[in-house]
Structure formats: C-alpha cells, structure tokens
Design a protein around this ligand. Structure first.
Ligand SMILES: [Mg+2]
Length: 410
C-alpha cells in the first residue's frame, strides 16, 4: 500500500452496534451482560450488543422474540437525545479530517480524504487515527473501510466489522470483488439479487463477465450500468459535503402542567446538567443557549441567548437558560414542557485551547470533568447535584442511565 493513494480516496466509517455501544459506554453494568436497546414489552430491538447477538438477537426483531431467545437479556429504553450528542461528537471529529463529510445515518458517514493525505498521512494512518479517537473520546468502536469509491469503501468496512480497518489497494479490487456473492454489492437488495439469480449470476465475477446490455435489459439502464461498472471496481459517485445543523440538548414534559417557577428552575438545572454532560462526553462546546417552553395549550415559544465564550459547563448554561426564562415574564402560565439546548458547537480543544484555571468560574469545569469520570466508571448516581436528587417528574433521570426512561423527546 503506497503512502499516498492515487485518484479519489473515500473512507466509510460505521459505528459498531451504535445505540448498544453508547449505552454500555455510560453504564458499566451493561458491559458484561447481553442486552438490547428497544422497548421492554412491545416494539422492536433497535440495536443489540454483541453478547446478545450470540443468542440470535438482532436489530429489527420484535422485543418479545428477543426475550424468548435470551430470557436473561436486559432491555434498555432508547435515549435518542444522548445518541444524538455522541453522534455530534463523532461528526465533529470527522470535520477535523476533511470538509467533505456526508452523513449516511446517525452513526455512519462517508469522508472524502483525497485532500487530507498531505496533512494527515496515508489512508491507513488516517483510518487508524479516526478509530483511536472515536475509542478514546466516545468509548465506542467503529469499523473503517477505505477505497477509491463509496460503494467499495462501505463494502470494505462491512467485511471487517466489528472494530476493524480495511484499506483496499486499487490493484486488488477485482480480486477482492469477484468471489463475493452479488448481495454484498451496494444497492443490491433482495429484488435485484433474485433477478440476477434468475440470470444464473450469483457472484460479482459472474456479473462482471455478463454483457452490460444484458444487465441493462434485466435491471433497467441505470441499475444495469451501475452494477456492471461496480463489478470492475468503477465507482464514481461523489461524497457530498453537508452543512449539518447541530445542537445538543434535553427536554422534559411535566407529569402535570405547572406554573411553579421553582419547579421549572429545578428542571432547567437538570437539563442544563444533562446537556453539559453530553457536550463534555462529545468533546463539544457551544455559545448559543436555546430555551423552549411549551404551554398547556401546546403553543411553544423559543428564546435564545449567546454567551461570550463557548462553554460546556452546567452553571453557565443554566444561568443563561434561567435568564431567558425569567425574561418571558410569565404570570401563572401553565407549562407543559421545557427544553434546553446549545447550538453553535465547536470542538472543546478549540474552545479551551488555553487552560483557564485562572478564571474562577472555569474552575467549575474541572469539577464537572472529574464527576464525569466518576459517572463513567461507577454509573450516574455516583455524582449528582443535591437539588436534582428530588424526584418531581413523570420521567425522572434514574439511577441507572439507560435502564429506566430518560426525559421525553417530542
Ligand atoms: Mg452502525
């Protein structure tokens, strides 16, 4: 493998068992048991850890079926706010590799690293670097495939999943592809596969040696041409850089509509703490604090305020959210739901380039980082603010993050 790959170089990065891995990362007790993320009684399995998979549990399966296959397994309700925050952290890391990042889903992206090699080294080095940083910063694993096209890169990452890296040398593409079953090619679903099987084609090599006119007739002009090209490793589709709107936040629906400013204040603090914790976990800081208030009649208002410096500190986010709330001047308005989020996210190592211990209010950040470490090792209730240990909600953050339900998403 040469140090610099000629032509376009595309990297596909896919988190392994994303929701399940994120839950295990923040809950030590889940690291040694089979579990899945999804409804406990009804609903489907969204993501299963690799231990549960050994029992045959897999994503998309009905939860009741998973329960029969693995009676001792733990069902963890999903916490999409948290997965979104971890995802934002991963994508912030991608943005430091290249400005050509295309999100395929919350846990999967294509990166055009053609122009990154001069700055960051060989494709393999870039891939190893991404894997190490995802592991260090988010405590989860990912699989990386690197090749001269998107479809090949994805195929490569799938082959080494979980926790692997495969760089496909341009000279080895055909040897890699031709023995594979057609199902492994990107875009070949069950319908296409069955059409190909009817033509007697079951491997990529057989497709490659079939006249393109035959493929175009059977599959349609576009799909036939694409498959013929891809079977020889020709894959010209581009990675589209996107502007992603990113924010990290949390919201709470009260068990009963409330007009008690004290109760709202406690919730604002809880959500500021949760938001700040997610930001630190994601390695992100932000300057714009956004407050959402929904009233009993379901009308919603949004107010935002911008801080002088990006932050990931609870007290700074809480103070601004509280000020925004007070500026509404609500008199006995019945509130149904409140939400706090932070926008204008930047990587923390940029926001905190210089140690700011001389500024007294930033000392709080060191305290919170130390508490994060305790939570990572021992679970959530090991470090909690006194004001937040009172339960006032229908859906309070519980002692075992992920095992019981967390603040609602609308
Ligand atoms: Mg994935």
């Amino acid at each position: 493998m040469p140090d610099v790959m000629r032509g376009r170089v595309i990297m596909h990065v896919d988190m392994d068992a994303f929701y399940a891995s994120v839950e295990a990362a923040r809950n030590p007790r889940l690291r040694t048991v089979p579990f899945w993320v999804g409804g406990a009684e009804r609903g489907v399995v969204l993501s299963a850890n690799y231990l549960a998979r050994t029992y045959g549990v897999s994503g998309g399966m009905a939860s009741t079926r998973a329960r029969r296959l693995c009676p001792a397994g733990v069902a963890v309700p999903p916490d999409f706010d948290h997965y979104g925050a971890v995802s934002a952290g991963v994508f912030a890391l991608f943005d430091q590799i290249t400005d050509r990042v295309e999100a395929a889903s919350i846990d999967e992206a294509y990166l055009d690293i053609t122009g990154s090699q001069r700055r960051l080294g060989s494709p393999r080095l870039i891939g190893e670097n991404v894997r190490a940083r995802v592991a260090d910063e988010q405590h989860i694993t990912c699989s990386v495939g690197i090749a001269q096209g998107r479809a090949l890169a994805k195929l490569a990452s799938n082959r080494v999943k979980p926790d692997g890296l495969l760089v496909v040398d341009p000279g080895e593409v055909v040897a890699l592809l031709h023995p594979l079953p057609v199902e492994q090619l990107s875009g070949v679903g069950p319908a296409t596969a069955s059409t190909l099987h009817k033509l007697g084609l079951s491997t990529v090599g057989q497709v490659a040696h079939t006249p393109v006119s035959t493929l175009r007739r059977a599959l349609g002009a576009r799909a036939g041409q694409w498959l013929s090209d891809l079977s020889w490793g020709h894959d010209e589709s581009l990675v589209v850089g996107q502007d992603r709107e990113r924010s990290i936040g949390s919201q709470t629906t009260f068990a009963r509509d409330t007009d008690d400013p004290e109760q709202v204040g406690t919730e604002l603090l809880r959500m500021a703490a949760r938001t700040a914790g997610r930001m630190r976990a994601s390695g992100l800081c932000g300057r714009t604090v956004v407050l959402d208030v929904r009233f009993a009649d379901f009308t919603t208002i949004t107010r935002s305020g911008t801080l002088r410096d990006p932050t990931d500190v609870t007290d700074e986010i809480y103070a601004r959210a509280r000020k925004l709330f007070e500026s509404l001047g609500l008199q006995r308005a019945r509130i149904r739901r409140v939400g706090v989020r932070v926008e204008g996210l930047v990587p923390s190592d940029q926001a905190y380039r210089q140690p700011a211990l001389d500024e007294p209010e930033r000392g709080m950040r060191q305290v919170e980082l130390a508490a994060d470490d305790v939570v990572y090792r021992f679970g959530a209730h090991a470090a909690q603010r006194a004001r937040l240990t009172r339960r006032t909600l229908s859906n309070p953050e519980s002692g075992s993050p992920g095992i019981t339900s967390v603040g609602g998403t609308a």
